[in-house]
Design a protein around this ligand. Structure first.
Ligand SMILES: *Cc1c(COP(=O)(O)O)cnc(C)c1O
Length: 331
């Protein structure tokens, strides 16, 4: 794989993280977080034709895998940047990740969320000591406002996916998965911006080239899926209620990596995701937010692809709103 890939953003070419970057990130992450469990749940297997291993990123202290990327990004900043601070935009879990990471090193952190955010996520961001700014009707309007604040105040704008240091941090989850289940056949990853799936591609290519990497999105927000199939970044309507998957455009860096290595990109419906959340609750005794159950939903819906195989299912997060928890529990 080449180290520098041209890309058409204001940031110029972004380097792909190397395995050395990912190993360094692993030390950073290990200093702050324990390894998350990878667990087989027999009753969950009974509902699919595959042998499943659930990677429980939903038990991270922030309730989602993104904290790995936030910690590594923070470790990568120079001193002048740290003294000014960072600004991020997010529907939730990226925000908590940055707030958590900034708090570990005492860096100022502003988070822009679309107005009326998930109250649990807003409360968590404030509890971690970040400044919360509510602006805009959706993710893309929040991003525009974050860009403005960054320009006005000299803050480091942190993108949701075009960030090599975040990618390297997120990749540590896949190093763990391969340590925990060395004879895996496939890993299934839910996609919003694509950092998780791109990271899985990088790690699998380096450490386990025989492992297939599948990405999953909701068909109610298929921008990353459609970008991957079109081999160029496209924008799409974004009407999913699954927060972690709700993006309206493909991101250049993660799309480039997925183009190189992804086995296939699968779509599921929001209703199928809800069923998978219920399966995780009943059979894996665990709370997954919608995005955290999308990988399982894909395994359920595409039984032909996964039959008889050993499959890691990324349960990426637990930050369900109160309404969502009621829907999941209501069976
Ligand atoms: C952000 C998020 C995703 C999507 O991850 P990307 O790296 O943006 O593709 C999936 N699940 C959860 C819980 C998330 O917070």
């Amino acid at each position: 794989m080449s180290a520098l890939i041209p890309q058409s953003s204001d940031f110029g070419p972004l380097p792909w993280p190397t395995m050395d970057d990912i190993r360094r990130a692993h030390h950073v992450v290990r200093a702050h977080l324990p390894r998350t469990p990878l667990i087989s749940h027999p009753t969950l297997d009974a509902g699919s034709c595959a042998q499943l291993f659930v990677k429980h990123e939903n038990v991270q202290p922030t309730g989602a895998f993104k904290v790995r990327g936030g910690l590594n990004l923070m470790a990568s900043l120079d001193e002048p940047t740290r003294s000014r601070g960072i600004v991020g935009y997010s529907t939730g879990n990226h925000a908590q990740s940055l707030a958590f990471a900034a708090a570990t090193v005492g860096v100022r952190c502003i988070i822009v969320m679309p107005t009326a955010p998930n109250p649990a996520k807003a409360r968590a961001v404030r509890a971690l000591g970040a400044e919360l700014v509510e602006h805009g009707a959706n993710f893309d309007e929040a991003r525009t406002h974050a860009e403005l604040l960054a320009a006005e105040q000299g803050l480091r704008l942190v993108s949701a996916a075009n960030e090599p240091a975040i990618l390297a941090g997120v990749a540590t989850a896949y190093v763990e998965v391969l340590e925990q289940a060395p004879d895996l056949d496939a890993v299934v990853v839910p996609v919003g911006g694509g950092s998780g799936a791109a990271a899985a591609c990088l790690v699998a290519a380096a450490l386990a080239p025989h492992v297939d990497v599948f990405a999953v999105q909701s068909d109610a927000a298929p921008a990353a899926h459609d970008s991957w199939r079109a081999r160029t970044c496209v924008e799409r309507a974004n009407t999913t209620r699954v927060e972690g998957l709700a993006t309206g455009a493909g991101f250049e860096l993660t799309q480039q990596i997925m183009r190189e290595r992804l086995t296939d990109f699968l779509l599921v419906t929001d209703a199928e995701i809800l069923e998978a959340q219920q399966a995780l609750l009943h059979d894996a005794h665990t709370l997954a937010e919608g995005a955290g159950a999308a990988a399982l939903a894909a395994v359920h819906q595409h039984g032909d692809v996964f039959a008889g195989r050993r499959v890691a299912v990324m349960c990426t997060g637990a930050n369900a709103s109160a309404d969502e928890i009621r829907r999941v529990a209501c069976v």
